[in-house]
Design a protein around this ligand. Structure first.
Ligand code: FAD
Length: 383
């Protein structure tokens, strides 16, 4: 595993201590379960409460709401340690729901939901995308009609990470179908299990990331208390999604750099341990040059990411820099992991090899949380 000889400026002593705890828990408790979770296409429900007890679920939410009271640095540590251990667990999306609540929830909403989320009793999911609306969220059709003190929700969501165990869903709906586009969109917090008309559909069969479930959700005249609207008024949902997107995009970048560092470590070990033509693979100039290129790009990525993390913690990171990080780091991730697989030869194509797992899992990074093309559009608008 990478030694982190390069010390990130945001990782102070407290963060390093937290890293030790997170690393120990993830390697001892989660890594041995990974193969089974992959087969069952989701983690055990009990994994959520175990992660809650270990303090890994909402490390960057204030303690008054049950969180760890840390900063974004603590959330980064959990994501890095998961990626370094090759473990899939949807705590990133869970944390994003918590940040929606922290940013826009009423005091009553925060106190009702955040402590249970921190303990892992309520699993969070973000349901924005639909079968016909992903990049273009203005096209969502799921509708919420106000009826007395409830909203009546009808529609379907696709690609919902953590959908299988979701206890609390941040749901994008059209509250005003007369207003076209973004203006009629609102966010509702739905405590889903047990609601009449709510149904978890099939777990989507992805090419990778098997230990993390991605589901369809169906809403058929589901009544949600009007008090579960997020924010002071209807129609604020699109702006809220745009405001929270940088957090999610940066977490994707964090996972990308950690996987790059793992791929390099795994591949360096492999090329030192295997021989061809009476030489170790690392003795071939091509091997050293490929790894030299990868290591240089990994270092550039790490420095760029660390700068973004520090500026994010300081509240100074702009949306364009976040889009650049999400785009560039995930594109490099795919390129570097592919180069590393090539250096493994046939062993790299075996499903059991760690580099093959990384190769498959890295692909989605350029799609989820805003595709590379959408990131480039955003960067382009700033020119
Ligand atoms: C594993 C996984 C987990 C996910 N988890 C969640 C989740 O938890 N919650 C959730 O809400 N969603 C989730 N998603 C959905 C994800 O956010 C969308 O897949 C993503 O935003 C892309 O949308 P789309 O799939 O509809 O693709 P489309 O929008 O149909 O895009 C198709 C192609 O067209 C390109 N394109 C679209 N618009 C433009 C444009 N203006 N300019 C140039 N090119 C363009 C895209 O870049 C892409 O290459 C998940 C997806 C995956 C694969």
């Amino acid at each position: 595993m990478p030694s982190f000889s390069y010390r990130s400026g945001w990782a102070d002593e407290g963060v390093q201590r937290f890293r030790k705890t997170a690393r120990q828990f993830i390697r001892n408790e989660f890594a041995p379960q990974q193969a089974r979770w992959q087969r069952q296409r989701r983690p055990d429900a009990a994994a959520w409460t175990a992660a809650g007890r270990a303090g890994l679920l909402l490390p960057d939410i204030p303690t008054e709401y049950g969180g760890g009271g840390g900063s974004f640095a603590h959330a980064c540590v959990v994501l890095e340690e998961l990626a370094l251990a090759g473990v899939h667990f949807g705590c990133s999306l869970h944390g994003i729901v918590a940040h929606y609540l922290l940013a826009y929830g009423s005091e009553e909403q925060k106190r009702r939901w955040l402590p249970r989320m921190a303990r892992g009793e309520l699993v969070g999911a973000v349901a924005l995308s639909e079968a016909n609306a992903g990049s273009d969220l203005q096209g969502i059709r799921t509708a919420a009609r106000r009826d007395a003190d409830s909203y009546v929700v009808n529609g379907a969501k696709a690609f919902v990470t953590n959908g299988a165990h979701a206890g609390i869903i941040c749901l994008a709906v059209k509250t005003d179908s007369r207003v076209p586009g973004m203006k009629g969109i609102s966010l509702l917090i739905v405590e889903a299990p047990g609601l009449a008309g709510y149904r978890v559909g099939r777990t989507l069969e992805k090419v990778g990331m098997h230990a993390q479930d991605t589901c369809e959700l169906f809403f058929d005249d589901v009544r949600v208390p009007a008090a579960n609207l997020l924010g002071p008024a209807e129609g604020k949902g699109f702006a809220q999604i745009m405001e929270q997107a940088p957090y999610e995009r940066l977490t994707v970048g964090v996972g990308a750099v950690a996987m790059i560092e793992r791929a390099l470590a795994v591949t360096t070990r492999h090329v030192k341990g295997r021989s061809a033509f009476n030489k170790q693979l690392i003795e071939f100039q091509n091997t050293r040059f490929k790894l030299a290129e990868c290591k240089t790009e990994a270092h550039i990525g790490r420095v760029f990411l660390d700068d973004c993390i520090e500026r994010f913690i300081a509240g100074e990171l702009d949306d364009i820099a976040t889009a650049m990080a999400k785009y560039w780091l995930t594109e490099r991730q795919c390129r570097i992991v592919d180069a590393c697989l090539q250096l493994h030869g046939g062993q790299g194509y075996l499903a059991e090899s760690p580099i093959a797992g990384m190769w498959i899992d890295s692909r989605v990074q350029r799609i989820c949380a805003g595709t590379s093309e959408i990131m480039k559009e955003m960067i382009g608008w700033s020119l």
